[in-house]
Every structure is written in C-alpha cells, then in structure tokens.
Design a protein around this ligand. Structure first.
Ligand SMILES: O=C[C@H](O)[C@H](O)COP(=O)(O)O
Ligand SMILES: C=C(OP(=O)(O)O)C(=O)O
Length: 449
C-alpha cells in the first residue's frame, strides 16, 4: 500500500538531493527535550497537568515574521495564564508551530472556473497561487520548511526565555488588542490579580525562575514521510531514533491506518506521539493503535487527540475511553474541537462555529467526568491576529463578516479574542472541580456504554 497523502514529485533525483541535504542539517529540537516533554505528558495523564496545544492550521513561509510569531505566542501565553490560574495545575504549552507546513487534503485536485489543478497541500509541498507552476509538487520546498521551522524555533526560544514570557508582563500580552471586548476586560482583571500576588511573593523574597521564562514545545503533523525520515537522528545518549523536526508529532485522522506507513514509521520513534481520532473511530481501532504505537505502555508516550465533532463526542467517546482505560493504559486524552466541526457556508466559505467548538469541549469534559478519567488538554487551531474565519464568539461574527479578514490557506482558525474566550470556557470547566483527578489506572472501573 502506498503511503497516504504524499506528494508526487516529478524529479526523483531532485528529491534525493534535498533529502541528502536535510540529513546533514542540525536538529531543530534535542532528544532530551522530547524526553522532558514525555515526562510532562506522563504527569498530565495522571491528572497532574493540562496541555494547551495550538497554532495555525497551516503555517506559511511568508508568515515567518517576528510580528506573526510573537502574536501567536502571546495568544498561547494569555490562554495558558487564564487556564493555569483556574486549574491550579501546570499547563504544558505546545505550539502547532515551527513545522506545521504540510496538509492532508480530502481531494487531490481543486477546480476553479473549469480549470483543475493539484490541491494546495501546504507550503512544504506546493504554492497556494492557482497556477500550474505554483501547484507543482516541489521537493525544494522541504529545505524551505526546515529553514522556516528553524527561524521560528529560534525566535520562540529567544522570546520565551528572554523576558517576553515573564509573568509580571502578562498584562502586555494583550495590550495591543481590542480593548473593549468583554473577554479582554476579564483578562485584564485576572492578570491584575496575578500581578498583585506576584508582587507580594517577590516582596517576601520568593522569586522563582519559573515566573520569568516558559517551557515551550513545538509540534506538527508528521505527514511528509520523506521529510520526517530525513530529520530522524540516532540519539547519542540512548542510541535510539528521534524525529528532531519537532518535540511532539502526531498522526492525522487521514493517515492513521493500522497497517499504514505513518503508523509504521512513527512507532519506531522515541518522541511523544499523538494520534487523531475522528468520529468513525471504534474502541477497537483506538486500542489497536495504542498497542502498536505504545506496546510498552510507557508513561507519556501516547496522546489520543479526539476530534469527533460536537454532535458525536458524547456518543462516540465513552466506549473509546472505556476500552483503552480498561486495558490498563493511561494515555493523555486531548480534545481537538476544531476538525469535527468544519462546515461550508452557502457562499462556499469553510468555517467553524464558536458555539460548536465550545460545545465539543464541554462534551469532552462531560464524558471524562462520566468515565472518571482526566481530560488532559485541548488542541486548537488559532492565530494571534484579528482574523474573521470562525463565526460566533465574543465578536459575534456572522457569515457575512467572514470576507473581511479571511486569511487562512486551509482551515478556519479562532482569532485572538475567540481563543481567549475558549480559554475562559476551559478554565471554568477545570475550576468547577467537578472533574476529579484521574484515578490511578488500576482503579479504573470499566463501564457499560
Ligand atoms: O486541517 C485539516 C485538513 O488538512 C483539512 O481539513 C482538509 O481540508 P479539505 O477537506 O478542504 O481538504
Ligand atoms: C489535519 C488535521 O487534523 P485531522 O487529522 O484531525 O483532520 C490537522 O490537525 O491539521
């Protein structure tokens, strides 16, 4: 079986040359950092933390600017502050950033005004412009993917350890944004409270490194096997393989076939691995994938990212959780409330309703509460800018507003206000205290659904 969702390159010699170059490039992340993230995810699985994973649907080469990267990080940091304050548990911050340049597509081609060309598959594969030259699958783009990821990672590391993420400046992360939105007023009130508490601690002599820097991890879908393979290195400490293109990599809904090439490749890697599970997932599918990717049941190794849609999560998720937990496993359970809730408006615009996104998050918390398991995190497509791509939310965007600033090249993202609003929704659920910390796995009681 050919690997799913791969580019078709005309010139294999050109591809071989690119791969040879990639193999010599320095790692974008270090194996020890991946281990550190695995430990953190193990703690999340035990109910001792919560993951916030977010970023663009598709990063673009043109989007590698300081302003764009800073805005995304600001959004993630603001969301994390809101959630940390409510949940009183560590928030593990993972960006869909510094590598999210390839997209699986439903159709191989796109037709406009009677002209059919290859579908846009992300900047790693081809260009968005609707011309034959731009849509050609070009292996040289893999080098630009590496360079763009490297530049992004470099700035993210510098900002997050160089003062940008200092908790005492949390008020400034949102300073340039629409001040009048109620969600911003809530944010301002919350950070004022935090800043007062921090000032108190500092004046008592309790100043800690953790207040000034942020630990941040990168992630992307490991879709392009040529690229991911070329970026895999044997770790000198352990003599085991790590994909050093990102800390956390995931297998998408369209490439998670049990006997497929993606599962086969990723099962050999030591990075923490995510698997997306859509609405057609059976409990047996989830268990078989877990067995294959994580046969040793290593703490923190496996994250199951459910993306079932607001209408399905309450019926499909319970038996999936039950089967996996009853087998004695303890994965991180995450909710991607974006990918099961996409629809196209009458005008042909792809969008998502904020109410559906929030409803799927609610359903996720409800089902975990019912199962007595820990809802370990959310996975969001977002941007730091004031785009108009998803309807509803704090700005009450309607379908007629979508044309204003619809900038995504693939799927619609939450804008900064909508992201912050979602963070308050999650914070509320975490804060309610209705969800108990996960029982140790041996205490999981199988349910009948
Ligand atoms: O981000 C996910 C997928 O790449 C995306 O939803 C595919 O979109 P399509 O159905 O328009 O191809
Ligand atoms: C393609 C994606 O999601 P899924 O595989 O869940 O459709 C994605 O997260 O970019």
């Amino acid at each position: 079986m050919n690997p799913a969702q791969q580019p078709s390159y005309e010139d294999q010699a050109e591809l071989a040359d690119v791969i040879a170059q990639l193999r010599t490039r320095p790692p974008l992340v270090f194996a020890g950092e991946c281990d550190d993230l695995r430990d953190k995810l193990a703690a999340v699985a035990r109910g001792e933390g919560f993951v916030l994973q977010g970023g663009d649907c598709a990063e673009t080469f043109a989007g590698v600017t300081a302003a764009n990267i800073q805005n995304k990080l600001r959004t993630l940091l603001s969301m994390a502050v809101v959630m940390t304050y409510a949940a009183q548990v560590p928030i593990v911050k993972i960006g869909r950033i510094a590598g999210q340049y390839a997209k699986p597509r439903s159709k191989d081609t796109e037709t406009r005004a009677g002209v059919t060309l290859p579908a846009y598959r992300g900047d790693a594969v081809n260009g968005y412009d609707f011309t034959p030259e731009s849509r050609r699958h070009d292996p040289r783009r893999l080098l630009e993917t590496y360079n763009s990821s490297s530049a992004t990672m470099n700035l993210a590391r510098a900002l997050l350890t160089g003062g940008f993420a200092d908790l005492r400046t949390a008020h400034s992360w949102n300073a340039d944004f629409v001040r009048s939105a109620p969600v911003n007023e809530r944010y301002t009130a919350l950070v004022q409270e935090i800043e007062r508490a921090l000032a108190f601690m500092v004046s008592c002599g309790m100043d800690d490194e953790a207040m000034h820097t942020v630990e941040f991890f990168s992630s992307h879908e490991a879709l392009l096997l040529d690229y991911e393979h070329a970026m895999t290195r044997i770790d000198s400490r352990t003599r085991t393989p790590y994909d050093v293109s990102g800390h956390f990599i995931w297998i998408g809904e369209r490439t998670r076939q049990l006997d497929g090439a993606h599962v086969e490749f990723l099962r050999h890697l030591r990075n923490p691995i995510g698997i997306k599970l859509g609405p057609s997932t059976t409990a047996q599918d989830a268990l078989a994938l877990a067995d294959k990717i994580d046969p040793d049941r290593e703490p923190g190794r496996l994250t199951l990212i459910t993306r079932m849609g607001a209408g399905k999560i309450r019926t499909v998720l319970p038996s999936v959780i039950d089967e996996v937990m009853a087998s004695g496993r303890l994965p991180v359970w995450m909710c991607d409330p974006m990918h099961g809730n996409t629809f196209t408006t009458d005008n042909g615009v792809k969008t998502r309703a904020f109410s559906d996104v929030a409803d799927e998050v609610d359903g996720f918390f409800e089902v975990h509460e019912q199962c007595g398991t820990w809802p370990g995190g959310i996975h969001i497509e977002l941007t730091g800018d004031d785009v108009t791509e998803c309807v509803g939310g704090v700005g009450e965007l309607g379908e007629e507003d979508l044309g204003e600033r619809y900038e995504t090249l693939c799927d619609p993202r939450l804008n900064r206000n909508q992201s912050l609003e979602l963070a308050f929704t999650v914070a509320h659920r975490l804060n309610e205290g209705r969800i108990k910390r996960a029982n140790p796995v041996q205490e999981y009681t199988p349910k009948t659904f």
